[in-house]
Design a protein around this ligand. Sequence first.
Ligand code: BG6
Ligand code: MG
Length: 219
Amino acid sequence: MNKTGFIFDLDGVIVDTAKYHYLAWKNLAQELGFEFTHEQNELFKGVSRKRCLEILLDIGGVTATQEQFDSWMIEKNEDYLKYIEKMDETEILPDVPKVLEYVKRHEMPIALGSASKNARPILEKVKLLSYFETIVDGNNVTKAKPDPEVFLIAAEQLGVRADQCVVFEDAQAGIAAANSADMISIGIGDAQVLSEADYNFKDFTEIDDGFLKKLITQE
Ligand code: BG6
Ligand code: MG
């Protein structure tokens, strides 16, 4: 039987780090003299750190020198890391371990495919690192989602054909990336926002063994 490669995004799929990204960007916006709202934070999902800062500065109408830009990138990340520092297993989103366990028990390979450069320390903090055969993250890619690069590298490292991979994603850009990699895309979150996904679930509590079995046997 052919293996199915399981690829998981991190932020918003495995852990709810969007709230910490939000706090750190909000702190920076405040320092620069403008407000940054929850709604605006939606635009940051799945988007690289650099692109997020560009969007933030656009929102605030702030122009930056290269030096300022670089130092704000560092400042935001240092602030974000203070929140990450305190993370533990309680921050894993509901039923994520149930799904990882099922996939592992059926000996299917698992990869992480994330835009974050902080993926590895976060997985360590929440004690999920050992499930992943490979971590492909913001440190390994040159092209951001919706480009499929991150998922294609993950498939290659798992030794599984792209069209035999499934991707769990909470961001529109991530679903677009999975679709253009010819993978099965599974939207986690708002089905209206993620309407391009092949399947939609509010969260992992809605995913049962029957569905996972279907993915593995590729019926
Ligand atoms: C994505 C998040 O997973 O990672 C984005 O959804 C974030 O909001 C991006 O900007 C980069 O993360 P980091 O940890 O490298 O700043
Ligand atoms: Mg995400």
